[in-house]
Design a protein around this ligand. Structure first.
Ligand code: URA
Length: 248
């Protein structure tokens, strides 16, 4: 067997085991409520359809944005997608090659794992909102640059203020550090709730940093998967949603 075939087999085996950890081994009780009926007093004048329109307006601006160089190297901008009424939002780092091709967040390998995690939580992608710190793919999937984060930040900020999720899951160091305005390591930040302040007159969201799915795929260990699952169980508990039980 060639080295390349061995690597492919390893990746396949890892992925299958990962799937069973996050999805296959759990039976989902279901029955929770993940949509907030928008309370008029907290979002004056904003009905649910207004929120969808506001998000589409942000997405339109993102698609025509050329503030950074990566605005010219992208195939598609990736504004993020999901349910405007959701109580739960996932924020990643930046689109990769698959996302750049399709204009949708988390649709590649890391996205497949994120879907497994969401499924294991007893939820669907359509029930949550999934976005990123950067809306354009950095060439070669390099780390986001500080000026790119600064340029792109207003779009995510507006999305957050429009949706006002109760809980934000920050996927990986770049998302957690940007949203919390800190340089702390993800290993130190994850596993407990922090606060994300929308503005002075709105109640803050709870923010749970956890490992990025791409990091999990690269650092495949039972302990890392268990840590992410523990973080997600805290999220479910905070949302007062049922925690799926492990079978057997
Ligand atoms: N990684 C991210 O951080 N975001 C995506 O959309 C895809 C991969």
């Amino acid at each position: 067997m060639t080295e390349q075939q061995t690597d492919l087999n390893k990746v396949l085996k890892q992925h299958l085991e990962m799937e069973s950890f996050f999805a296959g081994d759990f039976s989902v009780r279901g029955g929770g409520q993940l949509f907030a009926e928008v309370p008029a007093e907290t979002r004056p004048g904003q009905e649910n359809s207004d929120m969808a329109q506001a998000l589409e307006a942000i997405a339109k601006t993102v698609r025509s944005c050329r503030k950074c160089e990566i605005g010219s190297t992208r195939t598609n901008a990736v504004p993020g997608q999901g349910n405007p009424k959701t109580r739960l939002m996932f924020v990643g780092e930046a689109p990769g090659a698959d996302e750049d091709q399709q204009g949708l967040a988390f649709v590649g390998r890391a996205g497949k794992l994120l879907t497994d995690i969401i499924t294991a939580m007893g939820l669907t992608r359509e029930e949550v909102f999934i976005g990123n710190i950067l809306k354009c793919r950095p060439p070669g999937n390099r780390d986001p640059k500080l000026d790119e984060i600064d340029n792109c930040w207003p779009y995510l900020k507006q999305q957050l203020e429009t949706i006002q999720p109760e809980i934000i899951v920050a996927l990986g160091a770049h998302a957690a550090r940007t949203l919390l305005d800190t340089k702390e390591a993800i290993g130190k930040l994850r596993g407990r709730f922090h606060e994300y302040k929308f503005s002075d007159d709105l109640p803050p969201a709870k923010l749970m940093p956890t490992y990025h799915p791409a990091y999990l795929l690269r650092n495949y260990s039972y302990d890392n998967r268990k840590r992410v699952w523990e973080d997600m169980m805290k999220v479910l508990k905070e949302l007062d949603l049922p925690i799926p039980k492990k079978k057997g």
